[in-house]
Design a protein around this ligand. Structure first.
Ligand code: ZN
Length: 1008
């Protein structure tokens, strides 16, 4: 209560209240132990012992309440939560949570799915017995707030629910496996919430439901505990870095909330949405001692409701204030985390009308107590960090647990105190999402029925479904008005070029055929759909100079499918039906024994190739006409295949082969189910993990081996046709790839299953020592492999590696100087559509680029073409005449200079006779690099995200096929396979694979 509302009170009473509030802090319950609360003295004593400074704890966690019937974490851990040397496996954490469930009606455990390796994920609900009894009933109430359409957007009805519903606060721990503290903190937190009778805790328990997933990355947790056990058994040795976390990716598991490709994302998403929770609070560990980055820094994601931005401020600031009041140093908000990308797990809440939160606490990467020395910028006092961390301190896992639990309890309490407001906001945000078409727009996104890549369109719609976005389908054609483009004032440049005169007028309407998919924006989860399908612009002038992650992600572009943003609200009145089951009709059409499948760069084509391993598949090298229709170059011809098998595979994959009576009379070459090796280093496995995930989803088989293994392999070419060497990511320099980690000192770093480490390998790879790299022998093996006709596909840092070891002929690579392309969507242009790598692609291809290396071509081996320095190059020297006149020499007749050979940035430069003279370095035309795609011109480079100084890479090759011996090194400056978001460029890789022994098809060489 506050005085202005208390109109019934006399002034006198109000004054009494004020003086009382000095004692009771605005009437809010004080944190801390209740005098009557029995305490587990032994447990409390140990907590105190493991806390390294008296100010690293708080009145909330400096005691453990005792209970007669509920076991403390000690029952499973053998010591207190956060004790040195103790790191429980996920199954031990679960065992404890289930012991709680058995011992008290205040805890319930729910299974929420499994991981890629089959481990269980759980969510633990803690609340009063009464709250848990009426979970279903309460969930139905929350569901109404979550979808105000069920209340006809009636605020009065919502008010009634807001007044009585019990909110849900969802906490998730240890998604990042080396960040090890959360599981024990959450075990103890669950215990405290279940047994503590202090008013502060009781209010939380009675007022809301706390939902806890103690381990998000379960596969990685078990690996991390293995490593830690190995470390305890070999205390004097270096221990292996956690090179694999989950089956596929490591740190990027917290970048999957857009594409939802990992099980853990899907499971948390379904739990968060299924429970209609109001908050998703994800626990991390990195900086000292508690960085509440709920508030974060700009730029904020442009699609969040402003109500959420205010909630971030309230809840984050209050968290810091309370903990600072406890005297705990190093608690702060703000910092340098920008809240732009929606890829983080917590952001599931932000774009599903809830509140996203995240802590970075301070972890030691295990349960050792360590002396930690900070950098000056970490312990500096700043405006947002008034009580900064100490420069040097002993730090324990218990300290970390104290901070995590204190922060969470403070947050839970504050949230509960203000739950009516937060529930009201929850409703309000959902309602505003539904009103989006009328408020800010757009009205809908439409994915047309005549899409060239229906199987890829389907995958994009599946992402929408995983995001709990409703999809509709037009039952008849619909026409919408297109927004008028703002006319640009005719500037000086238009005058000069004289362009725009003959252009056709812009169309004013667009018709979508029946069957087109409509993603309506008048639905509760419109914001996530809008965020994923819209375009992003990060200004190079933005004060935030270090974007935290990708700056652009426009899904329609990255998927290479048409997505129309429709602002005409008329679309919402068009006849349409809800779509529940997504399917692309497939199967063989027509009569005949030869089958033609149009090629529009759909990854499903490669799935078909591998599914029909023994069938004769060919690629037509030229366009042709048959069965009354036109087929483009790259069309797939299936010969001698069982029609039944082709029909059923096509149905499953959504492909539509057309039967022909005779093979078209055009040149064709075999499409192979090439034998693939996916090559990895022991430096980092994450970026290649996205490639494994992609191949697995497409059901394309491959072998998986490390650089160490291939160095020892007797004959790579005998076993493989294509080696995929995806980006290494961090540390992927030539030196590191070849030499690995230092071996002249230290101990071997095994990555193997042993009794101590039973979970390390899973279905991935093993080694007795992670330190060795590819070595020079391995380099020779790679060279022999390609010389003998194999294909090495290299990307970003591995393309630089291939160039560095002399395998890319006239293609040189360089890092950029000032350019900044931070995970952006960029434009590329088709240079050589006859290359099989480009089959199925049009003139423009959108691609993901993250400061890709700059490729330059030279027709002279070992020389580097000078990068174009701008329009001034080639300008005439100082002398007589106008700018375009030749100079003259006094006393001599003018000599006509021969024309300089000219070539575009993406072309092999022509060779002059001077250069050719006795020059063994001149690369014969047939051995020169073939550019498949180049980056667009500077002005067209940016599609989404941030590009600064893009002129450095504009027009340079983006995908190059460099012959080497009898084989090829295919080089990518873009990353075609990234976070399950880049389906539009997958086929550049898959085409390379299937056409590996015909990559020279359609090649036209210069005569010189
Ligand atoms: Zn983290």
């Amino acid at each position: 209560m506050n005085c202005s509302e208390g109109w019934k009170l006399t002034l006198f009473a109000c004054l009494v209240l004020i003086s009382a509030s000095l004692l009771k802090a605005d009437g809010e319950t004080q944190p801390g132990r209740d005098r009557k609360q029995p305490v587990d003295e032994a447990y409390t004593e140990k907590m105190k012992k493991y806390t390294t400074e008296p100010f690293f704890t708080s009145p909330l966690v400096n005691y453990l309440p005792a209970s007669k019937n509920v076991p403390t974490p000690e029952a499973v851990l053998g010591d207190v939560a956060g004790a040195p040397g103790i790191l429980p496996y996920a199954k031990d954490v679960y065992r404890y949570m289930r012991m709680l469930e058995k011992a008290t009606p205040r805890v319930k455990v729910f299974s929420i799915g499994t991981t890629e390796e089959g481990r269980e994920m759980i969510a633990v609900a803690v609340a009063s017995e009464e709250n848990l009894k009426k979970l279903q009933e309460n969930r139905a109430k929350l569901a109404k707030l979550a979808d105000p359409r069920t209340l006809q957007l009636n605020d009065a009805q919502a008010d009634i629910i807001v007044a009585e519903a019990v909110p849900v606060y969802y906490i998730t721990g240890t998604i990042h496996s080396p960040e090890t503290g959360a599981p024990t903190a959450l075990m103890e937190l669950a215990y405290r919430l279940a047994v503590d009778e202090s008013p502060y805790i009781k209010e939380i328990r009675d007022g809301m439901v706390t939902l806890i997933t103690p381990v998000v990355e379960v596969d990685g947790r078990d690996r991390m505990v293995d490593i830690y056990k190995w470390h305890l058994a070999h205390p004097k040795d270096f221990y292996p870095p956690l090179v694999y976390w989950g089956k596929y990716v490591a740190h990027d598991n917290n970048r999957d909330a857009m594409g939802v490709t990992l099980q853990l994302t899907e499971n948390v998403m379904n739990t968060y949405v299924g429970w209609n929770a109001q908050v998703l609070h994800d626990l991390h560990e990195s900086v000292p001692y508690l960085y509440d980055n709920t508030i974060g820094d700009g730029p904020y994601n442009a699609w969040i409701d402003p109500i959420l931005a205010d909630e971030w401020q309230m809840i984050g600031a209050r968290n810091v204030a309370e903990m600072t009041k406890f005297g705990m140093p190093g608690v702060f908000a703000h910092g340098n985390f920008d809240t732009w990308s929606p890829g983080y797990l917590m952001f599931i809440a932000a774009l599903h009308n809830g509140i996203s939160r995240l802590y970075e606490t301070f972890g030691n990467g295990g349960a050792d107590t360590l002396e930690r020395t900070l950098d000056p910028e970490e312990y500096a006092r700043t405006w947002y960090k008034q009580n900064p961390p100490l420069p040097k301190v002993m730090w324990s896992q218990r300290d970390n647990n104290n901070y995590e639990e204190t922060g969470l309890l403070v947050s839970l309490h504050y949230f509960n105190e203000n739950k009516r407001m937060f529930l009201q906001n929850f409703y309000e945000k959902a309602k505003r999402s539904i009103e989006k078409p009328a408020s800010e727009g757009p009205a809908a996104y439409v994915l047309p029925a005549d899409e060239l890549r229906p199987t890829v369109q389907l995958e994009l719609l599946r992402v929408m479904q995983k995001q709990h976005v409703e999809i509709s389908r037009l039952t008849s054609a619909a026409t919408v008005a297109l927004p008028k483009k703002k006319e640009k004032k005719p500037g000086k440049t238009a005058e000069k070029t004289g362009a725009k005169k003959d252009e056709k007028p812009e169309p004013t309407s667009k018709t979508f055929p029946a069957g087109s998919y409509v993603i309506r924006m008048d639905q509760p989860y419109s914001r996530i759909a809008d965020a994923l399908l819209d375009y992003q612009y990060w200004s190079p002038e933005d004060p935030q100079k270090t974007p935290y992650d990708d700056t652009g992600w426009t899904f329609g572009e990255l998927y290479g499918v048409e997505v129309a943003r429709v602002s005409d609200a008329g679309i919402l009145k068009a006849p349409m039906e809800p779509v529940t089951e997504l399917r692309v009709p497939g199967g063989v059409k027509g009569e005949g024994t030869i089958f033609a499948i149009e090629n529009h760069a759909e990854p499903a084509l490669a799935s078909l190739r591998y599914r029909m391993k023994d069938a004769d598949l060919q690629a037509a090298e030229e366009p042709f006409e048959a069965a009354g229709r036109k087929f483009a170059a790259g069309t797939i011809l299936v010969k001698g295949a069982d029609r039944g098998q082709l029909d059923s595979s096509s149905k499953e994959l959504g492909l539509q082969p057309v039967a022909l009576f005779a093979a078209p009379g055009v040149k064709a070459h075999p499409l192979r189910a090439a034998r693939i090796l996916l090559l990895h280093t022991w430096l980092s496995t994450q970026t290649e993990g996205w490639w494994r995930l992609t191949l697995d989803k497409l059901q394309i088989p491959y072998d998986y081996a490390s650089t160490q293994t291939i160095a020892k392999s007797p004959d790579l070419r005998e076993k493989y046709d294509v080696i995929l060497f995806p980006p290494v990511g961090w540390g992927g320099s030539l030196n590191n790839i070849v030499n690995g980690l230092p071996t002249s000192w230290g101990n071997p770093l095994p990555w193997q299953n042993t009794p101590e480490t039973p979970n390390l390998v899973g279905k991935n790879d093993a080694t007795d020592d992670m330190r060795q790299g590819l070595g020079w022998e391995g380099v020779a093996k790679l060279q022999t492999f390609v010389s003998a006709g194999g294909v090495l596909l290299s990307v970003m840092d591995t393309a630089q590696f291939a160039s560095g070891i002399g395998m890319t002929g006239g293609v040189s690579t360089a890092g950029s100087e000032k350019m900044k392309i931070v995970g952006s969507v960029v434009g590329t242009r088709l240079v050589d559509g006859a290359s099989p790598i480009a089959y199925g692609y049009g003139e423009k291809v959108a691609a993901y680029c993250d400061n890709g290396p700059i490729f330059s071509l030279s027709s002279i081996a070992g020389s580097r073409r000078r990068r174009r320095l701008g329009p001034e190059m080639g300008a005439r020297p100082t002398g007589r005449g106008t700018k375009d006149d030749p100079d003259f020499a006094v006393g001599r007749l003018g000599a006509e200079a021969p024309d300089q050979p000219e070539s575009e940035v993406w072309e092999n430069p022509s060779i002059t006779d001077e250069q050719r003279h006795n020059n063994p370095r001149v690369i014969p035309p047939a051995m020169r690099a073939r550019v498949v795609l180049r980056y667009a011109d500077a002005k067209d480079l940016l599609i989404s995200g941030l590009i600064e100084g893009g002129g450095e890479i504009a027009q340079h090759p983006a995908v190059v096929d460099a012959p080497f011996g009898k084989g090829h090194v295919v080089m990518f400056s873009i990353n075609p396979v990234w976070r399950g978001e880049t389906l539009g460029t997958y086929s550049l890789v898959l085409n390379t694979v299937m056409n590996y022994d015909s990559l020279n098809a359609g090649r036209k060489d210069d005569q010189k």
